[in-house]
Design a protein around this ligand. Sequence first.
Ligand code: CO
Length: 208
Amino acid sequence: MRVLKDLFAKNRAWAENIRNSRPDFFSRLAAQQSPQYFWIGCSDSRVPANQIVDLLPGEIFVHRNIANVVVHTDLNCLSVLQYAVEVLRVKHIIVCGHYGCGGVAAAMENREHGLIDNWLRHIKDVYRLHRAEIDLLPKDQRADRLCELNVVEQVANVCHTTIVQNAWNKGRELAVHGWIYRVDNGILKDLEVCVTGVDQIAAIHQVR
Ligand code: CO
């Protein structure tokens, strides 16, 4: 119980496997990381960033939380975002949600879940913003649509940060994407809400 031998055995085999195909892989990686992509996704164990897009260590910078939410005052998420944009100088920020998200489903309920209700309330805000559209849908489609709309709103939240807008104002090439992943078939879908400049966001949020 105190030593997870299986995981250490798996780790040794994994590292050896990579070394066998690329002997200098880890030594090169130790020297520097230069990922092009920053992934903001759900903590759900079925939605692992690297595996879904088949990228190796060093190729994608990752932040994950319950229901891939970007909260204006979340110092954790904002710090990772700042590092990604200002230090790593990523070219793409990907907000990736997934259908069947437990966090989104919980946000649609009226019962108490404890501490996490404070987090889920941000998703309730998304529901409230889009209630007219969601409530027109058959009941069994509402949660999946909220999963999509939650991604769209979090893309907007990323764009509203001064971190992203400062990069754009300096002429940096930076695209913010909204994607959604289907757990039951492993396929990603582009929600086609890509934002690449200050002029594409709501006027009230623009920083010039
Ligand atoms: Co989820």
